[in-house]
Design a protein around this ligand. Structure first.
Ligand code: MRU
Length: 349
């Protein structure tokens, strides 16, 4: 499955708002199109929006180059144009660390070449392509580490969508599940539907079906029941931003699952690449939480389910404190609490 395509100088995104019933690519011709696709969740998942934004930077560069070649009057220098595009892309969604990480990598690449159009003409596109390829390799590496934590015959609970769709390919938490399955561990999966946007029911269920991994779809409020019946043996989730003490922002509802897992003494694993860590912040209280449109709560598939005019809250993420996390699986290995020390031992970037 190719969720992100770079073709003929255009970015094509497998539109995740239409899945699983319609498989259609959404074309982005400018960095503004990319920012809009990120805001509207046509592309979503922390690593995926980072990769999409990197190509958004290439589109901003190409547009500048075109104007320069056509000898249009330029109102900005390349540096100003790229910094403006970077600010627009970074602000499209505030919680996922990978978004700013990828945009900053692109800016740094341009800066290293003194914002020279001649040098960057070839280089800039290659940089975005390498970020995309690296994300897949990173996921496969972390999946290998994570798969070692999965016991044979276990049932894994997962949340939101952390597979190929949420990344450049393969996936983080879902990558761990895929590798465990490929290692003949005879696993099964329980997928929470993940209200309000239903990433579990629409996207994870679709991906698992294609991978032929046995799974059961449940509503989010069923997780405790199945844990109390001994039906769930571990939880594996992704992350949008991880503070240096291990506090983790992930899809709203993740914290609830972590509390339940602790109550039932079930291991709770977070799987994420290093690009998701924000080591400038000491704990989760400093992570900005995105508030999304109320219609995601009052409607399902454009069908109104709540009465008109109700007051709604819709935080897209919550923070799971590090003391509820058994281990964090990364491409460099598995981190154990206390995470500050574990990160230092691993020689974090
Ligand atoms: O709002 P979303 O769908 O972008 O949220 C996605 C998640 O919370 C994922 O769990 C996270 O980005 C990790 S994806 C590899």
């Amino acid at each position: 499955m190719k969720p992100i395509l770079w073709k003929n100088n255009r970015l094509e995104l497998l539109d995740q708002t239409l899945l699983p019933h319609k498989k259609e690519y959404h074309v982005c011709q400018t960095h503004l199109d990319v920012a809009q696709a990120i805001r509207s969740m046509k592309v979503r998942g922390a690593p995926a929006i980072g990769v999409a934004a990197a190509f958004g930077m290439v589109l901003a560069f190409n547009s500048f180059l075109k104007k320069q070649k056509e000898k249009e009057i330029l109102e900005q220098t390349l540096e100003e144009a790229l910094r403006e595009a970077a600010a627009v892309l970074r602000s499209a969604r505030p919680t996922a660390a990978n978004l700013a990480w990828a945009v900053n990598k692109m800016l740094y690449c341009a800066q290293k070449d003194s914002f020279s159009t001649d040098h960057l003409e070839q280089l800039f596109e290659r940089k975005a392509l390498s970020l995309m390829e690296d994300d897949i390799k990173t996921n496969m590496r972390l999946a290998e580490y994570g798969s070692e934590l999965i016991q044979p015959d276990s049932c894994i609970l997962t949340y939101c969508n952390t597979g190929s769709l949420a990344t450049a390919g393969y996936g983080t938490a879902l990558g761990v599940i895929k590798t465990a399955q490929a290692s003949a561990k005879n696993i099964s999966v329980m997928v929470c539907e993940t209200r309000p946007f239903l990433q579990g029911a629409r996207l994870t269920a679709w991906e698992l079906q294609q991978e032929r991994i046995p799974f059961t779809l449940i509503t989010d409020n069923m997780a405790g029941y199945f844990m109390s019946r001994g039906k769930i043996h571990c939880v594996v989730v992704g992350a949008d931003r991880i503070a240096s003490n291990g506090d983790t922002a992930n899809k709203i509802g993740t914290y609830t699952l972590a509390v339940l897992a602790k109550r039932h003494q079930i291991p709770f694993y977070v799987a994420a690449p290093f690009s998701t860590f924000d080591l400038r912040i000491s704990d989760g209280s400093q992570i900005p939480i995105e508030e999304r449109n109320s219609s995601e709560v009052t409607q399902i598939d454009n069908v109104k389910i709540a009465p008109w005019g109700v007051k709604v809250a819709n935080p897209a993420f919550d923070i799971t404190p590090s003391e509820l996390i058994t281990a964090i699986i990364t491409e460099k290995g598995v981190l154990h609490p206390p995470y500050v020390e574990s990160l230092i031992d691993m020689g974090s970037p």
